[in-house]
Design a protein around this ligand. Sequence first.
Ligand code: ZN
Length: 341
Amino acid sequence: MRIAWGAALAASVSLLLAGCASTGAPTSSAPNAQSPLQAGLVKEVTGAGAFTHLEELQRIADQNGGNRATPSPGYDASVDYVARVLREAGYEVSTPTFTFERDGGPQGSARNVIAQTRTGNAEHVVFAGAHLDSVPEGPGINDNGSGVASLLEIATRLGGSPQVANAVRFGFWGLEEEDLNGSTAYVEGLSRAERDKIGLYLNVDMVSSPNAGYFVQAGEESESESDSPPESSAVSRVLTDQLGNTGINPQLVGFDGGSDFVPFVDARIPTLGVMTGDAGTKSPKQAEQWGGRAGEVFDKCYHQSCDRLDNIDRPALDRFSDALAGSLAHFASSAEVPAQR
Ligand code: ZN
């Protein structure tokens, strides 16, 4: 079942690519054709809107000992905030509990947040997710308040009952910072039938690094390319085009390193991810292409107490919010998908 839905997604991507293949040149500087849903959503979604959610996450950390790590009062307050925003936007929201174990310690439990549109074919789910926890050392505003904030901005502008062909689901994961616990428990807890409904998973982890890089993770150029799920590299073209509309030519990278894409990749669900970089160093070529400082790390406050509001690169937040909005709108409104089932 998922194979049919995945193949249909790839077919819609091929159609999209066929439309711009005739020039034979990169189209990164020319705006790509947008559907009405895409154009409307991209116009409504702003980095400023996403930033208001970051301000709230900073406030939550400040009121709860300076962090939002799972498990902690700061994490619980983050869950309550995200669930409230999504309920007020009209989504069907749940906060399923997962359990985790620690070396020698007792078992604990925490909540993920799952929200889905009330419209669109629920057998064809377009899924985007971000981890909601910080490390204990700091408030986690770039890592990963930025991913959470961009998805909340998109979700609230899209609304819980949009005119879409496919249902849109958002996931906000707990305890990513320790073995990807929340997302792994969620994916492993799905039945085969429930997994097969997921046509695509898009992971958002750090999209406002102060010395921002622009990376699309899609299994390409990966040492373990053969391990990538089918369709990952094809669907990444949509995201690349959408970033192109913001003036950015992203770098395609593999699924190296850990984030919540891992359980989805392992389940062979077509998956992609975005990030602006963490402890790695920006190369001269990358600085020439994207701006910023060559020879310096992407996020000097990665996993530290200084990962606060002033650690956010506003242009990067703006670009990724728009590009993610345009990509989700594309996949949500792919008319080919239901017709080809
Ligand atoms: Zn992260």
